[in-house]
Write a protein that binds this ligand. Structure first.
Ligand code: AMP
Ligand code: MN
Ligand code: MN
Ligand code: MN
Length: 293
């Protein structure tokens, strides 16, 4: 169960990735992925396409999403795995969560104009696949194209993080709501890339405790966003909080992402993989052979 190549975190043009769901499914299969999830930010519009493409490629699939949450003044991401992509309450929650992105994007462009970067809103829009999902990533791609920065990492550092000219604070979903939408849609809620938040130990403990109290059951241990030392840190926290462990590249784009689909170490053996608890939600490429009578 630990040994299967599961990649349960990735993005398509439906949010801030650059590949169509079909191209991701093909890339996943080529890279040896056996169980895949497309987890676009705050949006389910790619799920049926991804599920169909996975079946065509002969790989198993879990429906997914990645919900933007505000916790203690910081943006935290919660991945939902094994969700029903047609669940109305989840769809309503995600629609409300992405609702403020348009206005936020205009304010980001105003901030960039003040430091001499004009036309950023229109420029970012040219990179957007889904007009409801304009994100910082699209601004980053515009600024790289415009020759302002060499790469998206530099754009974030210089322009798009707190204290920088293109940063606009935003109120996302509440932690408890995000977990309830996922659980209500039949899925398991997972804390995405916890090593990225730079919380103090007390804040991190509060996040994990509240997440569990709301019904959250999993945490990403092996992700493209973690350094190898963080695999060990979050393996320990998973055990301490009795959480299932997830594994995902967070792949966005061939040109940008450091970690390709499926190109990750395995989960530490003493953890329970999140897919062990989601077998009934897996959309199988092939029917499971029934045991011989
Ligand atoms: P948003 O939801 O609009 O705030 O955009 C968040 C997205 O920006 C994340 O999902 C990542 O894809 C991307 N991102 C955040 N920080 C960085 C970074 N330092 N370098 C590159 N991409 C980043
Ligand atoms: Mn993203
Ligand atoms: Mn994320
Ligand atoms: Mn992600």
């Amino acid at each position: 169960m630990h040994l299967i190549n599961a990649d349960l975190h990735s993005h398509s043009v439906v949010s801030d990735g650059t590949l169509e769901p079909e191209a991701l499914a093909e890339r996943a299969r080529r890279n040896g992925v056996r169980l895949w999830s497309l987890t676009d930010h705050d949006e389910l519009a790619g799920q049926h396409r991804a599920a169909r493409a996975a079946r065509e490629q002969g790989i198993d699939y879990l429906c997914g999403c990645e919900i933007s949450v505000s916790f203690a003044g910081v943006t935290v991401h919660i991945v939902g795995l094994g969700i029903d992509p047609d669940d109305p309450a989840l769809a309503r929650g995600l629609a409300a969560t992405r609702g403020g992105r348009g206005r936020r994007a205009r304010e980001m462009a105003d901030g960039l104009a003040k430091v001499g970067i004009r036309g950023a809103y229109e420029g970012a829009l040219r990179h957007v696949g889904n007009p409801e999902l304009i994100s910082r990533t699209h601004f980053a791609r515009f600024l790289v194209d415009a020759g302002v920065c060499a790469g998206t990492d530099e754009v974030f550092r210089r322009f798009l993080v707190e204290g920088k000219p293109g940063y606009v604070p935003h109120r996302w979903a509440a932690l408890g709501d995000a977990v309830r939408w996922i659980v209500g849609a039949g899925g398991v809620a997972v804390i995405a890339h916890p090593g990225r938040y730079r919380f103090s130990p007390n804040e991190e403990y509060a996040l994990f405790s509240e997440f569990v109290a709301h019904g959250g059951r999993g945490v990403e241990v092996v992700t493209g966003s973690h350094a190898p030392t963080e695999y060990a840190t979050y393996a320990e926290l998973a055990l301490e909080f009795g959480l299932l462990a997830s594994r995902g590249s967070d792949f966005h784009s061939p040109g940008e992402s450091r970690t390709d689909l499926g190109a990750l170490p395995g989960l530490p053996g003493r953890l329970t993989p999140v897919w062990a608890a989601l077998q009934h939600r897996v959309l199988r490429a092939e029917p499971v052979a029934s045991p011989a009578a």
